[in-house]
Design a protein around this ligand. Structure first.
Ligand SMILES: Nc1ncnc2c1ncn2[C@@H]1O[C@H](COP(=O)(O)OP(=O)(O)O)[C@@H](O)[C@H]1O
Ligand SMILES: [Mg+2]
Length: 266
């Protein structure tokens, strides 16, 4: 998909920012003029879409099923690349990287909470949480800055998400309640302090009051690390908790993502 683009810039020393420090400190995600269409689709999901996200922002992305929420997250995380436009995360043009470099970038810098959590059933709670450190030396090193070992770092994160009590951490993950699984998934995404946390409808199977509790815990953990949060949901009642809302309307034809706070274009 990247034919004709400039050669990828090499990732240097695993360091997130290749930009001047003050510039990088502000702009974490910069989507410019992005158009994306799935191979099999007759019309694009995004056409000339723009989005800016600043450091420590807590952004809510809202829209009905099929409006492109997950597609947008996949673009931000470099799982897919746009046919046109640029996507810059932490100063790095992710759309210009090779597939392997994008995988590496994602492992180092982006925590992902999936809708179905995607916990590994044959691993313990703590093993699930420490998993990102197997794929990223950078996250491993960061996790070990505040704890003597990875298990300790995982338990501290679980504790911060109200999940350390009793024998919970010794139980197989598929015996946990939905709310508990969600917290394990959140702890895993936060492990090793990735700069960006992306959550794709992680609360859709929870009751409303549990959703708010969870989001507030997530905010606290993000505030501690200065993590930028991009949170997707079709549930507009959660919107008021966030700094900023991006609305995808998903009605007919191509969508345009607007970068004005709380505004929508379609
Ligand atoms: N892997 C895929 N292949 C082809 N089309 C897809 C794929 N994933 C999503 N789509 C299409 O892209 C559009 C946006 O989907 P999606 O991003 O999953 O929306 P949402 O997350 O808001 O429900 C829909 O029309 C959907 O059918
Ligand atoms: Mg989705």
């Amino acid at each position: 998909m990247n034919q004709g683009r400039q050669r990828p810039r090499e990732l240097q020393d695993n360091h997130p920012s290749l930009m001047p420090a003050d510039e990088a400190a502000e702009m974490i995600i910069d989507v410019r003029d992005v158009s994306f269409r799935w191979n099999t689709a007759s019309f694009p999901v995004f056409e000339s879409a723009n989005l800016n996200v600043q450091r420590s922002d807590r952004v809510f992305i809202e829209g009905p099923s099929g409006s492109g929420k997950s597609t947008l997250l996949s673009l931000l995380a470099g799982v897919i690349t746009p046919q046109r436009g640029s996507i810059t995360v932490l100063g790095q043009r992710v759309d210009a990287l090779s597939s392997g470099q994008r995988d590496r970038f994602r492992a180092d810098h982006i925590g992902f909470i999936f809708q179905m959590f995607n916990l590994i059933p044959y691993l313990s709670v703590v093993e699930n949480v420490t998993l990102p450190c197997r794929f990223s030396a950078l996250r491993r090193e960061r996790a070990l800055r505040s704890a003597p070992n990875l298990d300790g770092a995982a338990l501290a994160l679980l504790d911060g998400l109200d999940m350390a009590g009793g024998d919970i951490v010794d139980r197989p993950v598929n015996e946990l309640s939905v709310g508990q699984q969600q917290r394990v998934a959140a702890a895993r995404a936060l492990m090793g302090a990735p700069e960006v946390l992306i959550a794709d409808e992680p609360t859709s199977s929870l009751d409303t009051d549990l959703r708010e509790d969870f989001i507030k815990l997530l905010f606290d953990r993000c505030a501690e690390e200065g993590t930028t949060l991009v949170f997707v949901s079709h549930d507009r009642s959660l919107e008021g908790l966030f700094d900023r809302t991006i609305r995808l309307t998903g009605s007919k034809g191509p969508l345009i993502l607007n970068n004005q706070e709380g505004e929508t274009l379609s």
